[in-house]
Every structure is written in structure tokens, then in C-alpha cells.
Design a protein around this ligand. Structure first.
Ligand code: GLU
Length: 279
């Protein structure tokens, strides 16, 4: 069974890039006689708005997209994320971190020569709290101890079928430690990080194919590692090209000018949108 999903965050209007991602994933699922799921990635409750969620349903329906079963909302699964975090804590694969952004900047200002400073989550964590044994509290975030996790979850390989990174990719511990580091798994005001939540949700919903933008390709090694550590099945990955604006910049949520709702208001048809994104 082929099962894929579209997983927008309800933090702004869907734009042409989202239309492309959703249509492509739906088309691939239908071509394979498979299923297409919709997930609402409303993890960040400080930014998620019901208004945007409703606009997602409305825009997708207008585009002619139908999804199988009810949409899954991440905000309804915080307990499940917490259970997994406890499991990882019990295995000693996490540590609590009390660093502020400024602490991390300051520690990172004396980098080793040649060491990369930024990974898929921004500044690579310099490791300050890794062996401090801090207790979980309101002012800490939980980080994955990358080196320890790698001893359990790596080496690994994953296949990519998207245009830019097509082929097999090998993951080794040293590269993950150097280029990604101790990623955040949960914060005080966020039940789980993007990485932990997507891995758990994709597994819980039996997603066999993850189809998403090329901008998330760099996060995929983290997801493969978490799947291995948590003994979850690995989906096939396809990172599609991004829709860019006239200046070649990729579209962002704030690019309201490319919002599907705006094209709708101007009288565009769903076929016009398909044509605009090259489908
Ligand atoms: N919610 C993520 C986003 O809007 C996508 C999640 C994923 O495809 O892994 O970028």
C-alpha cells in the first residue's frame, strides 16, 4: 500500500509552493492506487490559528484535493510525544539544556577551525549542558545526545527519489555529530520538536512515502536516526523542487502575494494553479 501525506502548519496562508506539494503528493498517491492523508502540523500553539487551518481545508478542497480519513492534528497527540520523550530519557539518549540563544551564540563564538557552525536547525549546539545532568524543568529544553543516539541508530542508508538528491545516502555518526549535533526534541512551550513529531506521526499513520520540499532534505538524516532508535519503519523519501518567486527566492509563508486565496479572489481556476506550478 502506498500512503503519503501533506502536512502544512496552520500559521499563514497556503501559497503556490504548498499547492505544488499537495497536488504532487495527491497525484502520486492516486497514480499508485494508494492513500493521501492530510495532517495539520499545529505543534507550535503560539503561532497556529484556527483561521489558517480552516483556510487549508478550504483551499485544498477548492484545488480538487481530497484526503483519506479525517485530518490528523498534531495538537491532539501531545501525550504520545511525551511518552516517547520519557522513553528516550530513560534510555539516557537525551539531556536537559538550560542554554539561552545568547549562551549558545557566545559558546559558538570560539569554534574549532573548520567546524561547521550551522546545521539544519541553525547554530550547531556547542554541547555546554551535555554532561551537566540538569533535571527536567520549566526552563530547560530536551536535546538528543547525538553521539549516544548514533551508537544505537547508525550506520544507516536511505534512498531518495527526488530530483536534486536522487540516490542512496549513507549516514555515519561523525558526520551527524559534526554537521547536525544535539538537536532539540522538546521545549517548555512545545510538546515535541518538528523532528520528533513528524517521525512519530508518519509512523502512527503508516505513511510509506514522504513527499515534501527539498528544503527539508537536510532534516531527513535526523528522521532516519530517530526511526532507527525508536525502531519505527522507514518510509521512502522524495524531496521535490521548490516553487520560487521571480527573483529565484523560495516562497515563504509571508509571501501573501502568492497565496492561493489571492489567486482565487482574482478569478484563477484550479487548472490555472496546476499550470502555474508546472503540473
Ligand atoms: N509541517 C512541515 C512544514 O510545513 C512539513 C512536515 C514534513 O513534511 O515533514 O514544512
Amino acid at each position: 500500500m502506498f500512503r503519503t501525506r501533506f502536512a502544512p502548519s496552520p500559521t499563514g496562508p497556503l501559497h503556490l509552493g504548498h499547492a505544488y506539494s499537495a497536488l504532487l503528493a495527491q497525484d502520486m498517491a492516486r497514480d499508485q492506487g494508494g492513500e493521501f492523508l492530510l495532517r495539520i502540523d499545529d505543534l507550535d500553539q503560539s503561532r497556529a490559528r484556527m483561521q489558517w487551518e480552516e483556510q487549508i481545508y478550504d483551499d485544498l478542497t477548492w484545488l480538487g484535493i481530497t484526503w483519506d480519513g479525517p485530518a490528523r492534528r498534531q495538537s491532539e497527540h501531545f501525550d504520545g510525544y511525551a511518552k516517547t520523550l520519557d522513553l528516550l530519557r530513560d534510555q539516557g539518549l537525551t539531556f536537559e539544556c538550560g542554554c539561552t540563544r545568547r549562551d549558545i551564540e557566545a559558546a559558538a563564538n570560539a569554534p574549532q577551525e573548520g567546524a561547521p557552525l550551522f546545521g539544519p536547525d541553525g547554530r550547531i549546539y556547542p554541547g555546554t549542558c551535555r554532561s551537566q545532568g540538569l533535571q527536567y524543568s520549566q526552563s530547560t529544553c530536551t536535546r538528543l545526545d547525538m553521539a549516544k543516539a548514533c551508537t544505537i541508530g547508525l550506520p544507516a542508508r536511505f534512498d531518495e527519489s527526488g530530483p536534486a538528491n536522487n540516490g542512496a545516502h549513507a549516514l555515519d555518526a561523525q558526520t551527524m555529530i559534526d554537521n547536525i549535533g544535539d538537536v532539540v526534541l522538546a521545549r517548555r512551550n512545545m510538546a515535541a520538536s518538528y523532528h520528533l513529531s513528524v517521525v512519530l506521526d508518519d509512523a502512527a499513520t503508516g505513511v510509506t512515502h514522504v513527499i515534501r520540499g527539498e528544503d527539508l532534505f537536510e532534516a531527513t538524516p535526523i528522521h532516519i536516526l530517530l526511526q532507527n532508535v525508536l525502531r519505527l519503519p522507514r518510509p521512502q523519501y522524495h524531496h521535490h523542487a521548490l516553487i520560487r518567486d521571480d527573483a529565484g527566492k523560495r516562497l515563504a509563508k509571508r509571501d501573501d502575494a502568492r497565496a492561493i486565496a489571492k489567486y482565487r479572489a482574482e478569478g484563477a481556476t484550479p487548472q490555472d494553479i496546476r499550470r502555474m506550478v508546472g503540473l
